[in-house]
Design a protein. Sequence first.
Length: 194
Amino acid sequence: MRLLEFFKATTPLVEGMNFYPSAEQIRPKIGKVWASVFPNEWTEELDRDKVDWERYHGGDYEYEPPQNPEYRPDLDLNLSNANMAYILGDVLGYPRDDGFHIPIDHFLGKAQIWLQKNLGQTAAAVPSYEHPRKFDRQVTNDPETGVSTISGGPQGARVIDVGRREGYDNETIMRMVKIASLGKERGATHVSAF
């Protein structure tokens, strides 16, 4: 199996950020980390201890790996990088520095104030659109070495933003408040999005 095929078969492509309540923890061999206070209940739908990894990654499409019995979809919030930056940065006003790491009390206060101010109002839908810029690319081969070179040219990728549905801001912030509130009850000191 070629390396690229192996990578595609074994590594899911994920472009997004998880939102979770976190607390500082000490992990062997790693040291201090900010980890979710929901260790077995969020973002992992597989029961990792019972998965037959050879079958799972080996192309056996009939294999249904066992599900994590503790997984709770209501605690799993993954948004695209752009939408997480929009909600936490543009809507709630937090600066983005390689992700978001916000004290939980500050986040809950700010999010609840935003929800109260916007009670009964629904954020308008943002329609999908094609980006006006094209990512031009042209492949040429060096006649002496035969090495391919990619450069600008008339052809390029079409980039389409799929937009956001009506009420997206309100629904997302309400989910974040619910997750953060449950996390605070379990000892979270921050909310994180990475």
